[in-house]
Write a protein that binds this ligand. Structure first.
Ligand code: B1M
Length: 209
């Protein structure tokens, strides 16, 4: 049965050791970002729904996330093969906000931006507001990207925006993450909302035009 299992199924079931091989096979048919959007993310959505309904539990959620990381490692190599060398287009700080350890989305956005030639200063996940502020200031950053995945952590996103803007009024801030909407982004004083990695690139192009 394993032979006929597709990547999404492997992710949902959390079969880590199959992920890289299947991803390489899929790369013969579609490009890396398409696999992210059509295979990885939909599979994680299914996992999220099942978790919410109590059909699966935290260990399975973790297992699926790890399976995605295996798949994404292959995609990342592919994406950075062609781009990523010219790092002169602009520096962007990225972080997942305090209290939030979800970083798959941020890492995808990071890779795609790198592929387009931007230099990313990745502060990681669960990043305190002050740390973001310092990094923006120290590197004279014109574009900051924040990610938040939970209704509880978008509040920390709002705080981070406030603290960063106090000392760095010229730094533009884009936000993303499954719980956000354009309206909410506006409400918490973000300058831009990005639905996905591609939109993040469009925003970067505008800022560094
Ligand atoms: Co958690 N989790 N999780 N989780 N998890 C969610 C977010 C949840 C919606 C699942 C659910 O119940 N349906 C739910 C939040 C509920 C809520 O707040 N409304 C939830 C919960 C409750 C939790 C825990 C609290 C569970 C627990 O411990 N009891 C816990 C939280 C820990 C913490 O943060 N303090 C937890 C833990 C985890 C794992 C560690 C197991 C794992 C994350 C592993 C990791 O990231 N390293 C995990 C996962 C995998 C998920 C789901 C299933 C998938 C998230 C994901 O990676 N999606 C998620 C349900 C879901 O989203 N369907 C869920 C794929 C990713 C590519 O999408 O991040 O949206 P996303 O990124 C997109 C866009 O949003 C955009 O571009 C990306 C590419 O298209 N984008 C940006 C994102 N950031 C951007 C930034 C930008 C621009 C665009 O500019 C900077």
């Amino acid at each position: 049965a394993l032979e006929s299992m597709d990547l999404a199924e492997v992710i949902v079931k959390g079969i880590k050791k199959e992920a890289a091989k299947l991803t390489k096979e899929l790369l013969k048919e579609k490009d890396a970002l398409e696999i992210v959007n059509k295979d990885l993310i939909p599979a994680l959505d299914i996992v999220g729904e099942r978790y919410e309904k109590g059909e699966i539990f935290l260990p399975q959620l973790v297992q699926s996330a790890e399976t995605v990381k295996e798949a994404f490692a292959v995609l990342k190599t592919e994406m950075l093969k062609n781009g990523g060398k010219d790092i002169s287009k602009g520096k962007i700080v990225l972080a997942t906000v305090k209290g939030d350890v979800h970083d798959i989305g941020k890492n995808i956005v990071k890779t795609v931006l790198e592929n387009y030639g931007y230099k990313i200063i990745d502060l990681g996940r669960n990043v305190a507001e002050e740390e973001v502020k310092k990094a923006v200031k120290a590197n004279n950053i014109k574009l900051l990207g924040l990610s938040a995945l939970m209704t509880t952590t978008v509040k920390n996103m709002e705080k981070t925006i406030q603290i960063v803007k106090e000392e760095n009024p010229d730094c533009k801030i884009m936000v993303g993450g499954a719980v956000l909407t354009p309206d909410y982004a506006e409400m918490i004083n973000a300058d831009y909302y990005a639905k996905d990695a591609r939109e993040a690139v469009e925003i970067a192009k505008k800022i560094f035009a």
